[in-house]
Design a protein around this ligand. Structure first.
Ligand code: ADP
Ligand code: MG
Length: 255
């Protein structure tokens, strides 16, 4: 099975004085339907990694294959097209348009992706219903609660049916119930085969993932599972694919 994301010796050096080596030889693969959490301190390279994987930035060395295609060196226009086709983004500061209604927010995401009007007409209410915002369809984005906003952000990200979902601290500002709601929506996507990569500081989100890796100073280090219930990461911890020892797999609801 082709990995959705495959990074091989990826480096990203910012050309400042002195140069900043934000990513150093990162090997990482994310499979279809896999839920990967990336942990790491501030400044460890998480946002840089997300930007590279999201085709918002390019590696300065190494190879990035997206769905098997080498995208490390493709030009801006092709990257824009690939991103629109394959990738959905959810950020902590959810890019919800405050002066637009919930329905308009989803409508505009579909328009930006070039989805024809005849499809937008049914996809908007369908998507809004799936994230539990049907009763808020005509509410302005800025009037939503934090949890509602984040569900709308997920709706905007997934309504275009991406194969890769990238999230930067998607549960950072949410209470437990709302965080659970967002993770449930991610589960639904993973159940459809979408690869979900989440950057997080949040223990709950790390525990939710199928696999966790940690960035330290631009390098992937094996994440040693904590607690007596989980096996210690042995010598098989770090592999060429940057994986960690497999922890217990949380049950995933059937798609
Ligand atoms: P994180 O998201 O984990 O906090 P970042 O990927 O934002 O880490 O940053 C990694 C390192 O790269 C940090 O030392 C940061 O200061 C540096 N950095 C990030 N963006 C730039 C940039 N545009 N120019 C120069 N240095 C940068
Ligand atoms: Mg960051």
């Amino acid at each position: 099975m082709t990995a959705v994301v495959e990074l091989e010796s990826v480096a990203r050096t910012y050309d400042v004085d002195p140069p900043v080596h934000a990513l150093r030889g990162v090997d990482l693969a994310v499979a279809p339907g896999e839920r990967l959490a990336v942990l790491g301190r501030s400044g460890s390279g998480k946002s840089t990694l997300l930007n590279v994987v999201g085709l918002l930035d390019r590696p300065t060395a190494g190879t990035y294959r997206l769905e098997g295609r080498d995208v490390s060196r493709v030009g801006e226009r092709d990257r824009d097209a690939l991103r629109a086709d394959a990738i959905g983004f959810v950020f902590q500061e959810s890019h919800v348009l405050g002066h637009r209604t919930v329905a308009q927010n989803v409508w505009l995401a579909l328009m930006a992706a070039g989805v024809p009007r005849t499809d937008r007409v049914w996809k908007v209410p369908d998507m809004i219903g799936r994230v539990g915002l049907a009763h808020r369809a005509d509410a302005l984005g800025r009037l939503l609660s934090g949890g509602e906003k984040q569900r709308l952000a997920v709706a905007r990200a997934v309504v275009t049916t991406p194969r890769l979902l990238l999230a930067d601290e998607p549960t950072g500002n949410l209470d437990a119930d709302n965080a659970r709601g967002v993770l449930d929506l991610f589960d639904e996507q993973a159940g459809r085969g979408v690869a979900v990569l989440v950057i997080t500081h949040d223990e709950r989100t790390a525990a939710w993932a199928d696999r966790t890796v940690r960035l330290e100073d631009g390098r992937i280090v094996p994440e040693v599972p904590a607690g007596p219930a989980r096996p210690a990461a042995g010598t098989s911890g770090a592999t060429a694919a940057g994986t960690t020892a497999p922890g217990p797999m949380p049950a995933r609801p059937a798609p």
